[in-house]
Design a protein around this ligand. Structure first.
Ligand SMILES: NC(=O)c1ccc[n+]([C@@H]2O[C@H](COP(=O)([O-])OP(=O)(O)OC[C@H]3O[C@@H](n4cnc5c(N)ncnc54)[C@H](O)[C@@H]3O)[C@@H](O)[C@H]2O)c1
Length: 427
C-alpha cells in the first residue's frame, strides 16, 4: 500500500493517496448542499470566530459529512486534528481532500489495530482543549495514557449510544476526568440519526455488498432500540418478513405491537435469511446460532463495535473463507453450509456504503457544533460528568431544519398557553 505522508510544523497528515483530493472535494461540496442547518451555523459564527484559540482533536468516521463538520469548526476559528473511529470506515478521497486543505488528518481505510491507535495518538499530539468522539476511544486513550493533557481540556463530546454508555460508566466509576456532552442524547440526534440514518444506510450497505432481493426474505433485527426500529421499518418497507430479538420486555412488546414477530435468537437463527445486529452488546450471534442457520444466510452488524457477531466462532466453525464481493466474505462451514459476513462484522453502513445520508448528519453535526460552542463558554466551570442538551436547543435545531424543508407548524395561542398551566380546569 502506498501512503502519502507529510510532516511539517502544523500540517502533518497521513492518508492513503493525496492524489484523491479533488474527488474528495467534490464529495464534500455535494454534502454541504444537503446540510443547510450546519452551513447556517457556520455562516452565523464565521465572523466572530467563537472557537478561536481552541484546539479540537476529533475521532469520528472520516466521511464527506464529517468533513463539512471539520471545515465548519475551522471556519469558526478552531484548529482541528482528526482521525477515524473505525478501521474500515474512512473515505480515502475525503481524507485526502482534508489533508490538501491543511487539516492534520490521520486516517485511511483498512487500518490494523496498531495503526488505529497510532492515528489517535497523532491526533492527541495537538494537545486539544476540546475532544470530539464517536465511541469514546479517544476519550479513553487520553485518560489512560495522557493525564498531562487533562488540565488543558474544556470538555469533550460523544456522538453515539455505545460511547455515551462508556463515558457514563467511567463517570459512575469516578474515572472520568473532564466534562462530556452526550450528543447522542439530543432528541434531534438519536430520534433521527439512529432511526432514519441507520435504517436507510444499513440497507444501502447490505445491498451494495450483497445485491440480494430483500422482498420475500426473512430479516432478523436484533435490538429494538432507536437503530433497531429504523432497521425493522426499512426491512418491512422492502417487503421482508421481519423478526425482532430483544432482552427488554417493553421493547419486545413494542416490536410486537408494531407488527413484527418477536422470538429468542435461538429460534430466529433457524428462520432468518438476513441478520442485522444493533444492540451495542457482544455475542448476539454466536456458534450456537450459526450452527442452526440456513445455508446462505447473511450476517451483518450496525452496532458500534464488531463484537455483536462472534467472529472467532465463525472462524472456528469454518474450513475457510473467501471474499466474494467487496465487503462480503463467504465462510464454508464444516457441514458444507455457507454463511456470509458483511463488512467483517463492523458497522455495515459505513464499511459497505457511505454512512448516514447528509440530510440526517446535518442534525447530528449541528448538535456537535452546539456542544463545542457550549463547552468553550462553560466547560472550564463544569465538573467532570456527562451532560445533556437543554430541550430548548433541540427545539431550535428542529425548527431550523423544518424551515430548510419549507415546513411551517402551528404555535400555541395565548389561551392555549394559559390552558396548559390551568390545572383547575377539568370536565
Ligand atoms: N451504524 C450506525 O451508523 C450507528 C448509528 C447510531 C448508533 N449506532 C450504534 O448502534 C447500537 C444501538 O444503538 P441504539 O441507539 O439503537 O441503542 P438503544 O439502547 O436504543 O437500543 C439497543 C437495544 O438493544 C437491546 N439489546 C441489548 N442486548 C440485547 C440482546 N442480547 N439481544 C437483543 N437485544 C438486545 C436493548 O434492550 C435495546 O433495546 C449502538 O452500538 C450504537 O452506538 C450505530
Amino acid at each position: 500500500m502506498h501512503f502519502w505522508v507529510r510532516d511539517c510544523e502544523m500540517t502533518d497528515y497521513k492518508v492513503k493517496d493525496i492524489g484523491l483530493a479533488q474527488e474528495g472535494r467534490l464529495l464534500i461540496d455535494y454534502a454541504e448542499k444537503h446540510m443547510p442547518v450546519l452551513m447556517h451555523l457556520r455562516k452565523q459564527h464565521s465572523d466572530k470566530k467563537p472557537l478561536k484559540n481552541m484546539r479540537i482533536s476529533g475521532c469520528l468516521h472520516v466521511t464527506k459529512e464529517t468533513a463539512v463538520l471539520i471545515e465548519s469548526l475551522r471556519a469558526m476559528g478552531a484548529e482541528v486534528a482528526w482521525c477515524g473511529c473505525n478501521p474500515l470506515s474512512t473515505n480515502d478521497k475525503v481524507a485526502a481532500a482534508l489533508a490538501a486543505n491543511n487539516v492534520p488528518v490521520f486516517a485511511w481505510n483498512g487500518l490494523n489495530k496498531e495503526e488505529y491507535y497510532w492515528c489517535i495518538e497523532k491526533t492527541l499530539q495537538y494537545r486539544p482543549n476540546l475532544t470530539l468522539d464517536d465511541g469514546a476511544d479517544l476519550i479513553f486513550t487520553l485518560h489512560r495514557k495522557h493525564e498531562d493533557l487533562i488540565s488543558n481540556l474544556y470538555g469533550g463530546s460523544e456522538e453515539t449510544t455505545t460511547g455515551v454508555i462508556r463515558v457514563r460508566a467511567m463517570s459512575e466509576d469516578g474515572a472520568l476526568k473532564y466534562p462530556i456532552v452526550a450528543v447522542n442524547d439530543a432528541a434531534t440526534k438519536h430520534m433521527f440519526d439512529n432511526v432514519y440514518g441507520t435504517g436507510q444506510s444499513t440497507f444501502d450497505g447490505v445491498l451494495r455488498a450483497s445485491a440480494i432481493l430483500i422482498a420475500g426474505k426473512t430479516v432478523v433485527i436484533s435490538g429494538y432500540g432507536f437503530c433497531g426500529r429504523g432497521l425493522a421499518a426499512r426491512a418491512r418497507g422492502f417487503g421482508a418478513d421481519v423478526i425482532v430479538t430483544e432482552v427488554d420486555p417493553v421493547k419486545a412488546l413494542q416490536a410486537r405491537m408494531d407488527g413484527y414477530r418477536v422470538m429468542p435468537m435461538k429460534q430466529a437463527a433457524r428462520e432468518g435469511d438476513l441478520f442485522i445486529t444493533s444492540t451495542g452488546m457482544k455475542d448476539i450471534i454466536n456458534a450456537e446460532h450459526m450452527k442452526v442457520m440456513k445455508d446462505g444466510a447473511i450476517l451483518g452488524n450496525a452496532g458500534h463495535y464488531n463484537v455483536e457477531i462472534n467472529g472467532s466462532d465463525l472462524d472456528s466453525l469454518s474450513t475457510g473463507k473467501k471474499r466474494v464481493r467487496p465487503a462480503l466474505d463467504e465462510y464454508l462451514l464444516r457441514d458444507g453450509r455457507r454463511l456470509y459476513l458483511l463488512g467483517e462484522g463492523r458497522l455495515v453502513n459505513l464499511v459497505a456504503a457511505e454512512g448516514h445520508p447528509s440530510e440526517v448528519m446535518d442534525l447530528s453535526f449541528a448538535a456537535q457544533m452546539n456542544a463545542m460552542l457550549w463547552l468553550t463558554l462553560h466547560g472550564k466551570t463544569l465538573k467532570p460528568a456527562v451532560y445533556t442538551f437543554p430541550e430548548e436547543l433541540d427545539k431550535q435545531t428542529a425548527m431550523a431544519k423544518l424551515e430548510t424543508m419549507g415546513i411551517k407548524i402551528d404555535k400555541w395561542t395565548t389561551e392555549q398557553t394559559a390552558y396548559a398551566k390551568a390545572y383547575a380546569e377539568g370536565t
